[in-house]
Every structure is written in C-alpha cells, then in structure tokens.
Design a protein around this ligand. Structure first.
Ligand SMILES: Nc1nc2c(ncn2[C@@H]2O[C@H](COP(=O)(O)OP(=O)(O)OP(=O)(O)O)[C@@H](O)[C@H]2O)c(=O)[nH]1
Ligand SMILES: [Mg+2]
Length: 195
C-alpha cells in the first residue's frame, strides 16, 4: 500500500502514476542498459515505470500481441553503429504507428561516432514520421539523457491517457439525454430503501 520514493518519503501507492514501457530493438543495440532506474518526475509528479526488456530471436521479429497489450508506451532503440537495427525500428515503428500507442525513438551508442552508420538527421526524420520524440544517447555511460528519454515517453503516455479519458467523458456527455435519464433513474432507484 505504501511505497518509498528515492527521497524516502512515504506515500500511498495509489497516488503514483504507473507506466509500462516495452523496450524494442534489434539484438545488441543496448536495450538492457536502459534498466537502471524506475522513477521519473513528470510535471513534478513521480511516475513509476515498469520496463519490459525484450529480446528478439530473429531479425524480423515483431513485438508479440502480448507485449503490445501489456505496454502503455514503446521505446524503440537502435544503434547508430548498426544500420540494420535502424531499418528494424523503422519497420516496427511504421507498423505500430496505427496502434495509437505512444512511441519514443532512441539512437544508442552515441559514443561510437567513428563507427556511425546512421546519421542524426535520419533519426530525426523517422521520429517526425512516427510523430514521436527522438534523441541520441549513450546508455552504457550517461544516466541523465536516458532518464530524459523515459521522462518524455512517460509524459506522452500520461497525455494519451488524459486524452482518452477526455474523449470517453465527451462521448458519455454527448450521449442521448434519454440514456442519461435512464442512468439517473437507475441510480436513484438503487439508492431507495429496500423495504
Ligand atoms: N559503446 C557503447 N556500447 C554500448 C552502449 N550501450 C550498450 N553497449 C554495449 O552493447 C552491447 C549490447 O548491449 P545490451 O544492452 O546487451 O544489448 P541488447 O539490446 O539488450 O541486446 P539483446 O538482449 O541481445 O537483444 C554490450 O556489450 C553493451 O555494453 C553504449 O551506449 N555505447
Ligand atoms: Mg538485452
């Protein structure tokens, strides 16, 4: 019921936003390096995220329906030193674009510029096509930029949640008045004493 945050402050677990992130990418791009921390602040509110570190067996592996069902957001990772890993996330990202699931594109191994096969511009263009955030990081060395990646993705997930809640409310309020009356009668009926 209670959780301790990094500052040791006790709080109700229910007050925490939880975001599930699946990390998708070709083999060896550095996905497993992103697991160092599980809490970020979004608009000064702590958000706890759970990470699913996937491990594709084949190059053409697409995330499973179970993974997609589970995830609130997807972090697509490629390595700037591996063009095939870029082609992979491009393919997966393009297919996921119809699913309405928030994405973030991270280009890893930014320390290996001498072995660069994918330019920053290509990453920027793909992220623009996918309408998602993008940054180049060095997951193995830099903690801050990776935290920012999760922060941005969590922000996108929370915004998408608010939007779907809002459109649900709009649909409900926009429903026929008869439905609302029925609902109101149902409520008051059930509130009446039984005898
Ligand atoms: N130079 C450099 N190496 C990195 C970076 N991130 C990860 N690596 C190295 O890349 C290799 C693969 O990293 P992993 O995190 O195991 O990659 P993965 O995507 O989880 O790979 P699979 O689990 O096989 O799909 C390891 O040797 C890491 O140390 C980075 O930012 N820079
Ligand atoms: Mg791994």
């Amino acid at each position: 019921m209670f959780n301790m945050n990094s500052k040791g402050i006790r709080r109700k677990k229910s007050s925490l936003s939880e975001v599930k992130v699946a990390v998708i990418g070709a083999r060896g791009v550095g996905k497993s390096e992103t697991r160092y921390k599980h809490e970020v602040l979004v608009d000064n509110e702590p958000v706890l995220y759970e990470i699913l570190d996937t491990c594709p067996k084949n190059e053409d592996d697409f995330p499973s329906p179970d993974t997609l069902n589970w995830a609130d957001g997807i972090l697509l990772v490629y390595s700037i030193t591996d063009r095939r890993s870029f082609v992979h996330v491009k393919k997966v990202g393009t297919l996921l674009n119809d699913c309405d699931i928030p994405l973030y594109l991270a280009a890893n191994k930014n320390d290996m510029v001498h072995l660069r096969q994918v330019s920053a511009e290509e990453g920027t263009i793909l992220a623009r096509d996918l309408e998602c955030g993008f940054s180049e990081v060095t997951a193995a060395e830099q903690v801050g930029p990776v935290a920012t990646v999760f922060q941005d993705l969590c922000k996108a997930v929370l915004a998408a949640r608010r939007k779907s809640k809002h459109s649900l409310l709009e649909r409900m309020l926009g429903a026929k008045t008869t439905n609302i009356k029925l609902y109101a009668r149902g409520k008051s009926d059930s509130a009446l004493p039984k005898d």
